[in-house]
Design a protein around this ligand. Structure first.
Ligand code: AQP
Length: 343
């Protein structure tokens, strides 16, 4: 008897930069945890976006090391190479080729409006910012459109870049005929922006948070406990969400809620009067219980680089099959003369 055929799963693509020695709690809750869940419901492609990481000053040996650390953490967090495709962006050359094509469809003014470029270039002085940092969102659009992704699970900071991706897909399709799927964002409101523990008005960020403001996935358990114990809280003693009056406590409530799988309202009811100390101690144990196994598995994976590189080569080969197909169509549609096979 033949099995009833199942409709194809929607495609998902997302990426993460190898810009630090560890992912942080914001990356984990805002992105990676969704990636793990979506590998069972979607045809999922996830990449370590090393070409994005070179848009700011960096050290080559460290980049190579961090690319492996990032990949190891993804597998350790639960991505299964049999259930999804994990690869390194630079292993699939079509990303940069499509980025050039899309760059030629992007207005200079349009690219100039990207907030992340304004923020990041302001840090080092706008004159020093690279053209690569300026065109970063175009490369990101290429990452997504190459795979015909329907959805892109990301944190709130990426919403504007996704809007640009959608605009570019529609512009291309309008001008050259239907080629690209127009992707939608997949942003979970409660974890879309995890904030810095020391500066609860700012996003927890690899490059701009102080070490005390950021909880790393690979932090030792003792370090995690200390950082959470020292997290900035607010006046008063009650545990309740209030973005304006109590941004520190609100941030901790969101993290607790996401890790424990209970709503913020339930937490306010059960923990409203326990005091900041008790609340933070409980939260620290939740984070430790989540991250300690990921840290152990990451260390194991990093101890066998040959196997890690093999998994990434397998991912790149699967990703390349899809990317080549899209790029062949793009080259044809935009009017490039296709070369005859050599010989
Ligand atoms: N604080 C955050 N809360 C929720 N989601 C977050 N993400 C990042 N920070 C938070 C999401 O994590 C994914 C991967 O991020 P990225 O490596 O591409 O870089 P980013 O968004 O620029 O994050 P960082 O930490 O600020 O990195 P740097 O400092 O290197 O630029 C994305 O889906 C992002 O939304």
């Amino acid at each position: 008897m033949t099995q009833p055929s199942r409709p194809p799963r929607p495609r998902v693509l997302s990426g993460i930069q190898p810009t630090a020695d560890s992912f942080h709690l914001g990356n984990y809750l805002g992105a990676v945890r969704q990636w793990v869940a979506m590998q069972d419901t979607h045809d999922a492609f996830y990449c370590v976006v090393d070409l994005h990481a070179i848009t700011v000053p960096y050290d080559p040996a460290l980049l190579r090391r961090r690319t492996r650390i990032a990949a190891a953490q993804l597998f350790a967090a639960g991505l299964d190479p049999e259930r999804c495709t994990v690869f390194v962006q630079s292993h699939v050359a079509e990303h940069t080729e499509l980025a050039w094509v899309l760059g030629c469809l992007t207005g200079f003014g349009e690219a100039s409006r990207m907030i992340q470029f304004k923020d990041k270039s302001a840090k080092g002085g706008a004159e020093q910012a690279s053209v690569g940092l300026f065109t970063y969102p175009v490369l990101q659009a290429a990452d997504i459109l190459l795979y015909q992704a329907n959805q892109v699970p990301v944190g709130e900071d990426q919403r504007q870049h996704l809007e640009l991706t959608r605009d570019l897909a529609q512009r291309f399709n309008h001008r050259f005929g239907q080629v690209f799927t127009v992707p939608g964002p997949y942003i979970l409101a409660d974890v879309a922006k995890i904030n810095d523990l020391q500066d609860p008005a700012a996003k927890m960020s690899k490059s701009s948070s102080s070490p005390q403001g950021i909880v790393d996935v690979l932090d030792e358990s003792g370090v995690i406990r200390k950082k959470i114990a020292r997290a900035v809280t607010d006046a008063g003693t009650d545990i309740r969400a209030d973005e304006a009056a109590k941004p520190g406590v609100t941030n901790l409530l969101r993290i607790y809620s996401a890790l424990a799988g209970v709503s913020v309202a339930e937490l306010e009811a059960s923990h409203g009067n326990v005091g900041y100390g008790t609340f933070k101690r409980e939260l620290a144990e939740l984070v430790v219980d989540t991250f300690a196994p990921v840290r152990e598995r990451t260390e194991k994976m990093l101890a066998d680089e040959t196997e890690l590189d093999r998994l990434l080569a397998q991912g790149a080969s699967r990703a390349s099959r899809v990317a080549r197909e899209t790029m062949a169509l793009v080259r044809d549609r935009i009017g490039l003369l296709l070369p005859l096979p050599a010989g």
